[in-house]
Design a protein around this ligand. Structure first.
Ligand SMILES: NC(=O)c1ccc[n+]([C@@H]2O[C@H](COP(=O)([O-])OP(=O)(O)OC[C@H]3O[C@@H](n4cnc5c(N)ncnc54)[C@H](O)[C@@H]3O)[C@@H](O)[C@H]2O)c1
Length: 267
């Protein structure tokens, strides 16, 4: 039997790299999936994977309420919420000293406020069902200092903490509403390629070659992850296979965390 059969999943950022791979895998595993994203071709992307689509800017409380109402109204429940929408922010002015307050707020609005709103708006539906699984996509950088990309790092560390508050809330009154965070490392998506390209000294580099080099030198396992690698972790957390798992952090980072002390030696 498919691992998610009978379940309804709402995925913010579901039209992009990790979210889209998750949507495709969840459809394959028997879930009814609603992709929620702000891209113009979202409906087309959703149709391509057998999912539904609802337009959503995660920074808008009213749009979250609408997306949850749509999914719940059409499918009679929401068993899985994946908060995958995220932005990397301006990669040119992202240090502690060059990040403007406006940019700081923009990054937190999408990555943190968007995740908070998703958790809050879906909670009454899951409380009605007395069960559900929320998966928040944080980042491996939530564990690192980030003197560059400091707004992104802060937003992802806050998502990690918020996840535990949601998990604690979801277990009240005998409810089985679980919430976990997933921490990807270097995953081949538009976001990573843009980050690397912006920093590349080579003009016209789309980031691919530099990202591969970065993976080779940084990750003990030596290569970039695919969005599908993260999707597998998310599907596990969405399924009943993880029914005893809540408030936890899951790294999909090619072993990056092992290398923080820089003591692994040459590869
Ligand atoms: N790629 C990586 O290496 C990596 C590493 C760590 C964490 N992450 C996280 O994984 C998640 C997915 O990122 P990705 O790498 O797939 O990037 P991506 O840019 O390919 O996808 C992000 C998706 O989020 C959507 N989005 C952005 N702002 C939105 C908004 N305001 N409302 C609704 N949707 C919005 C985009 O349209 C896009 O479809 C993000 O939260 C990101 O921070 C990625």
């Amino acid at each position: 039997m498919a691992r998610l059969s009978g379940k309804v999943a709402l995925i913010s950022g579901g039209a992009g790299g990790i979210g889209a791979a998750t949507a495709a895998l969840m459809v394959k595993e028997g879930a009814r999936v609603i992709i929620a994203d702000l891209v113009k071709n979202g409906l087309e992307i959703a149709r391509g994977t057998g999912a539904d689509f609802v337009s959503l800017d995660v920074t808008s409380e009213a749009q979250w309420e609408h997306a949850v109402r749509e999914a719940d109204g059409k499918h009679g429940g929401i068993h899985i919420l994946v908060n995958a929408a995220g932005i990397e922010g301006d990669q040119k002015n992202n240090s502690l000293m060059t990040t403007s307050l406006e940019e700081w707020r923009r990054v937190h609005a999408v990555n943190l406020d968007g995740t908070f709103l998703g958790c809050q708006k879906v909670m009454p539906v899951m409380e009605r069902q007395k069960q559900g699984s929320i998966i928040n996509i944080s980042s491996i950088v939530s564990f690192f200092p980030m003197p560059f990309n400091c707004a992104y790092g802060s937003s992802k560390a806050a998502v990690q903490h918020l996840t535990k508050s949601v998990a604690a809330w979801g277990s009240r009154n005998g409810n089985q509403i679980r919430c976990n965070s997933v921490h990807p490392g270097l995953i081949r998506t538009r976001m990573l390629l843009n980050i690397v390209a912006q920093r590349s000294p080579t003009p016209n580099d789309d980031g691919s070659a530099a990202a591969e080099r970065l993976a080779k030198t940084t990750l003990p396992l030596g290569s970039l992850g695919a969005p599908e690698d993260v999707a597998q972790q998310i599907v596990y957390l969405a399924s009943d296979e993880s029914s005893q798992v809540t408030g936890s952090e899951f790294r999909v980072d090619g072993g990056w965390s092992l290398n923080l002390g820089g003591m692994l030696g040459p590869r």
